[in-house]
Design a protein around this ligand. Structure first.
Ligand code: ADP
Length: 590
């Protein structure tokens, strides 16, 4: 507050005015008091002179003069100097000096003045007494009619002493009034400048973006009204800024959450905003792109071209780019700032089409494969039936063989359709509804029981090894049964007579491990990468002969993933394979 220039200015002017006023007042009072004092002294001299005029006038009639001793004896108690002068100016009596030693007084100002007025006064240096005196003279006349002047005088020092005391008092009073005035001035100036200082502080906080401060509403005068208006402005600004901030945050959150990459550019093609998705797709770091010219950023030439074209030609130009193994679709849209030039610019939206295109490819491959797989048995059935129709005299044994082959192809068709249905079922959202707590030990025991005969028929030794008799997961019993059955069936199929298949359940950390191990034909390293693809088979003819559809492992993978798990294989050609399915235990699923 003390460094407020306004306070010092107001206080300075106010204080100066008040101090000068009190000084002038003091001087005026002092002068007035001095005049009063002189007047009082004069009045006292005048009354003494009037009292003495009667007894003193008789000395005008005689020729003799009175020496100081006689005169003092005649006027006891009178401290003033008394001088009696005749009309010619000759001194007849004086109580301080011998009249014989005194010169003619006709020229004395008080003597001269007394003739024209009721009394005459003068303040001057006395040649007789050698000091400054205040004189008062009145006309007197004796009983015989002789005229003269009676003069009384007091030394000026006495008056000055009285005046000094008076001046001292007035000076002290002036000093006190001045100090009080300065204090009052400060309080007044402080009262005016404090709200202004507060308003200035509030305004500077608002300028810095701090809108929460308010001015006290303790005044009802104009300053109080101004404070209320400023408070309203600050509140309005705070609300608007809060709204803008929340809008901006919401927009930023939306942009961050978008899977599409979004880059906002100004008209100079400088990057104003970039979201995480865009950074990820373009393999850039925020600091390497923000506030830089888009043309200087290391991105595909086609993207830069699309941005440049849309800004220069004011069009939205889509483009498709292959960038670091990904397919990116870009659209650059011009933003037309309706109200201000600053908000003009362009928005570049980048979509990563890699996954969608891969899925499209997978889907079309799948349709082609499925059609092909279905076409093969259908063509075979059709051929067999046409042959039977064309040859009504076909021998019975040939006919029987044909019918048997039709039956086998129908079973194959049924197997393919069943597997396709399984796959589509795991693709659909219906799947979640059948989820319950499942004991994997129970599932493995069931599969073991149902596949034991199959194994025995194939001449394969089949063992169940439950290291954990009961492991609970959240899942679908039927699907898990299918998963284990597929793996066991494959193991039996691709092991053959004299082989051995082991079905195991163990717990590793928070995961349940289902292992199906065989010592069969095994799979080469290259093939292990692909066997989980739909319709993929290492030996197509062998698989087909064994009734395989090429969908068994694809179904296993789907079911494992649907249970938040995975499937993997370790295998060596001619040695055997071990398929491992990992599924999180029930408590661990989040
Ligand atoms: P398929 O119906 O042909 O068995 P799968 O999807 O179940 O189809 O298996 C894909 C391919 O993986 C099989 O054709 C086979 O070549 C190979 N395969 C699967 N399991 C085994 C295994 N235990 N031993 C060796 N090869 C296997």
């Amino acid at each position: 507050m003390l460094n407020s220039r306004l306070l010092w200015q107001i206080w300075g002017i106010l204080g100066f005015t008040l101090v000068v006023s009190s000084l002038v007042f003091g001087i005026l009072v002092s002068n007035q008091a001095e005049q009063d004092a002189v007047y009082r002294i004069e009045q006292s001299l005048l009354s003494q002179a009037l009292e003495l005029s009667q007894p003193m006038s008789r000395f005008l009639d005689g020729e003799e003069t009175l020496d100081p001793e006689r005169l003092s004896a005649l006027t006891p108690g009178v401290t003033a100097r008394i001088t009696l002068i005749d009309s010619s100016g000759r001194v007849i009596a004086d109580n301080k000096n011998d009249p014989a030693d005194m010169d003619n007084h006709a020229d004395r100002p008080e003597f001269v003045a007394s003739s024209s007025s009721s009394y005459g006064v003068s303040t001057r240096f006395s040649d007789t007494l050698k000091r400054s005196m205040h004189y008062l003279a009145i006309q007197v006349s004796s009983a015989n009619g002789r005229r003269g002047v009676l003069r009384l005088a007091l030394p000026l020092t006495e008056i000055e002493q009285q005046m000094a005391v008076l001046r001292k008092r007035i000076a002290l009073s002036t000093l006190f009034i001045g100090a009080v005035s300065l204090l009052i001035g400060y309080v007044l100036a402080f009262g005016v400048t404090r709200p202004i200082t507060r308003m200035t502080t509030l305004a500077s906080h608002i300028a810095k973006g701090e809108y929460h401060l308010r001015l006290p509403g303790d005044r009802s005068d104009e300053i109080g009204q101004l404070a209320a208006v400023i408070n309203e402005l600050a509140l309005g600004a705070e609300e608007r800024i809060n709204e803008m901030t929340s809008n901006r945050n919401r927009l930023a959150a939306v942009l961050t959450a978008l899977t599409e990459g979004v880059i906002a550019l100004d008209l100079d093609q400088r990057v104003q905003h970039v979201n995480e998705s865009a950074l990820k797709m373009l393999g850039l770091k925020r600091e390497n792109i923000l506030n830089r010219k888009f043309m200087e950023v290391t991105v595909a030439r086609e993207i830069k071209q699309a941005v440049q074209t849309s800004i220069e030609e004011e069009t939205s130009g889509p483009c498709s780019v292959s960038f670091e193994g990904r397919t990116l679709d870009c659209t650059c849209q011009l933003i037309d700032g309706v109200t201000d030039q600053e908000s003009r610019g362009a928005i570049l939206v980048i979509e990563d089409e890699t996954e969608r295109r891969r899925l499209e490819q997978v889907r079309s491959d799948f349709v082609a494969n499925a059609s092909h797989e279905l076409k093969t048995p259908i063509s075979a059935i059709r051929g067999l039936i046409e042959t039977i129709i064309d040859d009504p005299d076909m021998p019975q044994d040939v006919f029987q063989r044909f019918v048997e082959r039709i039956r086998q192809q129908t079973i194959r068709l049924d197997n393919i359709v069943q597997d396709l249905l399984q796959l589509s079922r795991f693709d659909s959202s219906e799947r979640e509804k059948a989820v319950t707590r499942i004991d994997l030990g129970g599932v493995l025991r069931q599969v073991y029981q149902s596949k034991t005969f199959e194994a025995t028929d194939a001449g394969v030794e089949f063992e169940l090894d439950l290291q954990e008799s009961s492991l609970v997961i959240d899942g679908e019993a039927e699907a898990l049964n299918q998963l284990v059955s597929n793996l066991v069936e494959n193991a039996i199929k691709y092991t053959g007579k004299g082989g051995r298949v082991q079905l195991r359940l163990l717990k590793l950390g928070s995961m349940a491990h289902i292992e199906v191990e065989d010592n069969g034909i095994g799979i080469s390293k290259d093939e292990t990468q692909r066997i989980f693809e739909r319709f993929y088979r290492v030996d197509r003819a062998r698989s087909r002969d064994m009734g395989g559809t090429g969908l068994g492992l694809a179904i296993v993978k789907h079911i494992a993933q649907a249970h938040h798990g995975s499937v993997s294989v370790t295998s060596q050609l001619g040695q055997g394979s071990r398929f491992t399915v990992q599924i999180p235990l029930a408590e661990q699923i989040t």
